[in-house]
Design a protein around this ligand. Structure first.
Ligand code: KIV
Length: 286
């Protein structure tokens, strides 16, 4: 089978219907777990969609994974809309969520609605913003404007300084109480979905069981409605100076090594003049 035939056979195996909010709610009711990953560009979003991933987050982690920054706070709306458009142009089935970058919703309800609207115009099915009680007015405003909104609790990288760095959240009863109040407040404000990041499985379960809406996790244990991982952690496309695979992520392949090996063979072929061979020349005489 060549590469195209392999892709076609994967595409045939996946459930063809577009994933909607209704699909996600039904999956929760049936106990079907959603496979959720990040993607930031056309080709990887296309591969994810063909592979049958249910949900794609165009995460502000594009800052670290793709743009070479060390913090998610470095990306802005222009970055996020460009990457969201690339993803939504590639995707036919998965539910696509645009991640609202730092300072695109913090300042006012109006800013939140205008910026969230740009993600929807770029083809996203929903937007995500970080925070609990303190962002509920923003969530309510975006929901009132007709948009599907995902909340994000636990380790929220946009407020990393307040959290004193990358730390597991919800480890104490007091922390868990605050998170429980936050998730209930998000649901009350109209959030349709919630993502939990970096907490013990018991905390993940407790928060999941505190609300009716679908709750997903990244490093939050198994007792949630689906699992999110960062694409680059799964496929081994990391420069270790920018990213380290977190312990909760599972590595399925080493794409970085495959790319380095292919490019070093290309370098050798150019230097030895093995490339271009006659088959790579345009045919015809001048
Ligand atoms: O930007 C992102 O990828 C995220 C996840 C880490 C939750 O927000």
């Amino acid at each position: 089978m060549n590469a195209k035939q392999k892709q076609d056979s994967h595409a045939l195996k996946r459930e063809p219907r577009k994933v909607t909010l209704h699909t996600l709610r039904n999956m929760k009711i049936k106990g079907d777990k959603a496979a959720f990953i990040t993607a930031y560009d056309y080709p990887t979003a296309r591969y994810a969609d063909i592979a049958g991933v249910d949900m794609i987050l165009v995460g502000d982690s594009v800052a670290n994974t793709t743009l070479g920054y060390t913090s998610t706070t470095c990306v802005d709306m222009e970055d996020m809309i460009r990457h969201s458009g690339a993803v939504t142009r590639a995707v036919e089935r998965a539910f696509v969520i645009g991640d609202m970058p730092f300072m695109s919703y913090q300042q006012s309800d109006e800013a939140a609605v205008v910026n969230a609207g740009r993600f929807i115009k770029a083809g996203c099915d929903a937007v995500k913003c970080e925070g609990g009680k303190r962002v509920t007015p923003r969530i309510r405003a975006m929901v009132n404007a007709g948009m599907v909104v995902m909340g994000h609790l636990g380790l929220t990288p946009q407020s990393l300084a307040q959290l004193s760095g990358y730390r597991v959240q919800g480890k104490t009863a007091a922390q868990l109480d605050i998170l429980r109040e936050d998730i209930v407040a998000l649901e009350k404000a109209g959030a349709h979905l919630v993502l939990l990041e970096a907490m013990p499985p018991e905390a993940g379960k407790e928060l999941h069981d505190s609300v009716e809406i679908p709750v997903y996790g990244i490093g939050a244990g198994p007792h949630v409605d689906g699992q999110l991982l960062i694409l680059h952690d799964i496929i081994g496309m990391q420069d270790t100076t920018l990213l380290r695979k977190p312990s909760f992520a599972k590595r399925y392949t080493e794409v970085g090594n495959i790319i380095i090996e292919a490019l070093s063979r290309y370098c050798e072929d150019v230097r030895s003049e093995a490339f271009p061979a006659e088959e790579h020349w345009y045919k015809g005489r001048i």
